[in-house]
Design a protein around this ligand. Structure first.
Ligand SMILES: [Cu+2]
Length: 144
């Protein structure tokens, strides 16, 4: 019985180890291919997630700050933010403000229910955004 357990353990560990080694090498190869270090390449894959919840289409989310969850994120240069439309209705993620209009940094156009939008931030700064369908929906991405 003891033998059986260790053999099963080995069967599980060996493929896992091999997968890890293969994945690490793919990462490294990809980094070199782009002329970047492995660290720089890993940084580029850091992704921050923001949820658009069902409550977003109700104006009261503005008071509780829950139109985008979280409403404010801080990321590093070169990192990405992905917005998930977890609600049952359409939204947009548009940089700028409803009063001043889109500033052209990013604009998802319509995000269908269940879909996502990703933007990679290549410069530092504070980026305000809103939903062009529900103007009370606002959020901030701070890039340092
Ligand atoms: Cu919206």
């Amino acid at each position: 019985m003891k033998h059986k357990i260790s053999r099963i353990g080995l069967l599980a560990v060996v493929p896992l180890l091999m997968t890890t080694i293969v994945l690490y090498n793919i990462d490294e190869a990809y980094a070199y291919e782009r002329g970047a270090t492995l660290e720089e390449t890993k940084d580029a894959f850091v992704e921050t997630e923001i949820s658009i919840p069902n409550e977003a289409s109700d104006i009261s989310c503005a008071e509780s700050g829950s139109c985008f969850l979280p409403g404010e994120v801080t990321i590093g240069v070169g990192e990405s933010v992905t917005w998930h439309n977890d609600s049952g209705v359409i939204h947009t993620v548009t940089s700028g403000s409803f009063d001043d209009g889109p500033d052209g940094v990013f604009d998802s156009s319509i995000i269908m229910s269940g879909d996502t939008f990703t933007h990679t931030f290549t410069e530092t700064g504070q980026f305000e955004y809103f939903c062009s369908i529900h103007p009370w929906m606002t959020g901030t991405v701070i890039v340092v």
